[in-house]
Every structure is written in structure tokens, then in C-alpha cells.
Design a protein around this ligand. Structure first.
Ligand code: 17E
Ligand code: FE2
Length: 411
């Protein structure tokens, strides 16, 4: 297969991208590739697939059971999910149907890599077992990475540490945590240490829900970054949400950023979700509550975006369209300088791949898996401005999704 007349990011001219045995075999000037089965990109942008670096697949499409979130807060969401788990006990088929629906949305929007947190505050670990099955079922269309996520705490939930260990043994790819939910600051620090200890024992990545609270005194991020540095785990570690950083004072941030840069950790940020959840106890002016994306990127830290939720107890909307998440995030973080927008697709492509630690098999380069999107735009600017459609999604050299753009007639 050849994708002909492709526009590549940060490269002049048009290109032919040849695919053989599921891998990129050559990238040559347009019109120079051998006659083969061709897809004509007609000068459109060809990019590596979108990366969803933070979502909860096990929660998607469960909003309203047993009731809706009236306060719009994280803590009511956790309470509702806990009721859902115990009062309307989850079944395998119910979870699988919701997850398949979610993945099919994501695939239609050009997502091929997903990091999903999965709640392991459950003695049966049902969500994890379901997602391990789904991961196999969808392996030819989407790569799923699973974070063992102790939604109700490692120490605040009965046997939380043992469940986390069991989840890693069963096959979760990353160890999670939720230090701001533990009963005390001390338990929070201990929980982060436990996450690191278990990740090292089982050779896993780390992704911690960290400081997802409008409390300027919530400082678990410094613990995560210090441990990442001391253990040498560096870029194998991701801090998710980090919304308290929105409220830190600048003097503390100045000190903190030195550590963050040295630590090499990644940041997974969920702009629509946290704009919805945060600032709920403020009067006006109300905090937006999204972490300092612009400053982190300018400091050279890796930041990727995630949808976090689709119609669940925390967030009522969401589609899985990463361009929407990106467009919203650029606004709320004021990451809207000309160069920022001109390179913004990095946040939902390359940066996502860095967060997931998959850069060795990600990107349009000879020898790598032939995974790509043809999008109906000529530039990052146009893609995010018009939320441009993904016309083709190709994985391992096979078309897994094709879209015909809608036709409009003006009179
Ligand atoms: N659970 C959590 O702790 N935080 C979130 N943003 C969601 C679930 C969606
Ligand atoms: Fe989350």
C-alpha cells in the first residue's frame, strides 16, 4: 500500500508513504513510489494516530446510575460510583457493552492508543478482568494500556494495597494511586511510596491521580517527582490531573518546576473534565482549576491531554474526539500563541506517545508499524480550528476506519 501526496508535519513538499508487511517501508517524494494499491491524500495532512493518554473506560456511559452528580464535584462522583458498584452490582456484559461503544467512538475519531485507568477498589477486580479481555478483543484496532487505579484509596479502602498488587500480577501495565483522597497527608505520602514500591517489584509504569483538588496545600506532586528522580524511573512516571498546581503560589512553583524538569515525569491533563469539576466551592472569581500547561510545556516538561470521562458520574458529556479536548485545552490554558497553535497536534500525538512510553513504535518512520491518519486539513492550525475529520485510520498497514466528509450545499 502507498499513501500518495501526503503532507507531513514540519516537512515541506508532498510525500509518498509506502507500507509493506504492516510497517513503513519507504518515504519518498510524491509520485516516485512504485505502482501499488494507492490511497491519494490529495495534499492533506498525514499524521501518526491520536493518543488518548487518560480515560476511564470502565466508567463510560454509566451516568445517572443510581443518580446524577448534583454538586459537580469529584467527591460526589466517587460516592456515586461506589453506590453503583455495590447497589446495582456491575456485570461483565454490561461493562463490555459500554466499553465497546466507547472504543468504537474513539476509533472513529482516529485514536489508536489508549491509556485507561481501571478501578481496582473491588475485591473481585471485575473491571480489570473485563478490560484485560477487551484489550485482546480490540488488539488489531487499538492498543490499550491499563492503569490499576485504586479509586477509593490504597489505605482508605479495605485491602487496597493487596488489591493493587493483585491487579499488577493479573496484568495491569501501570500502578496508580490517589493520594489526595487518602485520609491524611501522611497516608497520601505513604500511598505514593506504595505505588512506587509495587511498580518496581513488578516492573510496571506509574500513573498517579495526583492533587485533583482545589487545595493549594495538596503537594503530592513533589513526592511523586522526587521519587521518580531518586528511583531513576523518571519518564516511566506520569502525574495525572495535578490541578492543585493551578492554585499553588508562584514562589513555590518556581522551586517545584526545578524538580519537575529534573525528574523527567510526564503530565496527563484533562482540560474539559477539570474545568467542569474544579472551582465548585469558589465564589466569583472562580478558579478554572486546570494545571499550568503552558508553563510546563515552556519549561520542557512533557504534557499530553485526555478526555478522562464520557458520560459518567464525574462528567456528563465527552465524545472521545481528541481534537475537541485539544481545542478546549488550548483556550482554558491560554496556550494560544501562534507557534503554540501551529504545533498543537504534538499534545495529542507525540506527547501522548511519550506519556505512554511507546515512542519506539510510534511515528511515521521507516521500520515502525504502519499506523497513520489522513485528516481533512493541511496544518495543525486548520485541524484544531475546524475540528477536521479523520478520513482514514490505518493500523499495521490495514484501513481500520474510513470516513466520507459531509457535503454542504449553499444556496
Ligand atoms: N475518578 C477520579 O478520581 N477522577 C476523575 N477525574 C475521574 C474519576 C473521572
Ligand atoms: Fe482520571
Amino acid at each position: 500500500m502507498v499513501i500518495t501526496n501526503a503532507k507531513l508535519r514540519n516537512k515541506d513538499g508532498l510525500w509518498d508513504i509506502s507500507v509493506k508487511d504492516g510497517k513503513f517501508s519507504a518515504i519518498t517524494a510524491a509520485g516516485t513510489s512504485p505502482d501499488d494499491e494507492k490511497i491519494d491524500a490529495e495534499g492533506r495532512l498525514v499524521i501518526p494516530p491520536y493518543v488518548e493518554s487518560h480515560i476511564h473506560l470502565d466508567y463510560a456511559f454509566t451516568a445517572g446510575i443510581p443518580h446524577h452528580n448534583m454538586s459537580g464535584t469529584l467527591f460526589e462522583g466517587i460516592q456515586i460510583w461506589s453506590e453503583h458498584k455495590t447497589q446495582a452490582p456491575l456485570t461483565e456484559e454490561y461493562m463490555k457493552a459500554n466499553i465497546r461503544k466507547t472504543l468504537e467512538h474513539q476509533i472513529s475519531y482516529g485514536v489508536q492508543h489508549v491509556r485507561s485507568h481501571v478501578d481496582i477498589s473491588d475485591p473481585e477486580l471485575l473491571g480489570l478482568r473485563v478490560l484485560l479481555d477487551i484489550k485482546k478483543e480490540y488488539a488489531d484496532r487499538v492498543d490499550i494500556q491499563l492503569v490499576a487505579f485504586p479509586q477509593e484509596g490504597i489505605f482508605a479502602y479495605k485491602n487496597g494495597a493487596a488489591l493493587l498488587e493483585e491487579a499488577l500480577k493479573l496484568g495491569a501495565d501501570c500502578a496508580g494511586g490517589i493520594p489526595h483522597y487518602e485520609y491524611t497527608r501522611e497516608y497520601g505520602v505513604k500511598s505514593v511510596e506504595k505505588t512506587f514500591e509495587l511498580a518496581q517489584k513488578y516492573n510496571k509504569l506509574i500513573d498517579i491521580h495526583c492533587d485533583e483538588i482545589d487545595d493549594e496545600a495538596s503537594r503530592f506532586l513533589e513526592t511523586v517527582a522526587a521519587l521518580a528522580l531518586e528511583t531513576g524511573l523518571t519518564n516511566k512516571v506520569t502525574a495525572s490531573h495535578t490541578v492543585a498546581m493551578h492554585s499553588y503560589n508562584n514562589a513555590y512553583c518556581m522551586k517545584l518546576f526545578g524538580l519537575l524538569k529534573k525528574s523527567g515525569i510526564n503530565f496527563a491533563v484533562c482540560p474539559p473534565e477539570n474545568t467542569h469539576l474544579q472551582g465548585r466551592v469558589d465564589n466569583y472569581p472562580k478558579r478554572r482549576g486546570v494545571t499550568r500547561v503552558k508553563e510546563l510545556l515552556e519549561a520542557g516538561c512533557n504534557v499530553s491531554f485526555g478526555q478522562d470521562s464520557i458520560s459518567d458520574p464525574w462528567y456528563p458529556l465527552g465524545t472521545g474526539n481528541m481534537l475537541r479536548v485539544l481545542e478546549f485545552g488550548l483556550h482554558v490554558c491560554q496556550y494560544t500563541g501562534y507557534d503554540d497553535i501551529a504545533n498543537c497536534l504534538d499534545i495529542i500525538t507525540e506527547n501522548g506517545a511519550k506519556t505512554l512510553n511507546i515512542t519506539d513504535r510510534y511515528g511515521i518512520e521507516v521500520g515502525k508499524p504502519a499506523d497513520l491518519l489522513i485528516i481533512n486539513a493541511k496544518s495543525d492550525f486548520e485541524a484544531v480550528q475546524y475540528l477536521s475529520d479523520v478520513l482514514y485510520s490505518v493500523k499495521d498497514g490495514k484501513v481500520i476506519m474510513k470516513r466520507v466528509p459531509s457535503q454542504v450545499t449553499l444556496y
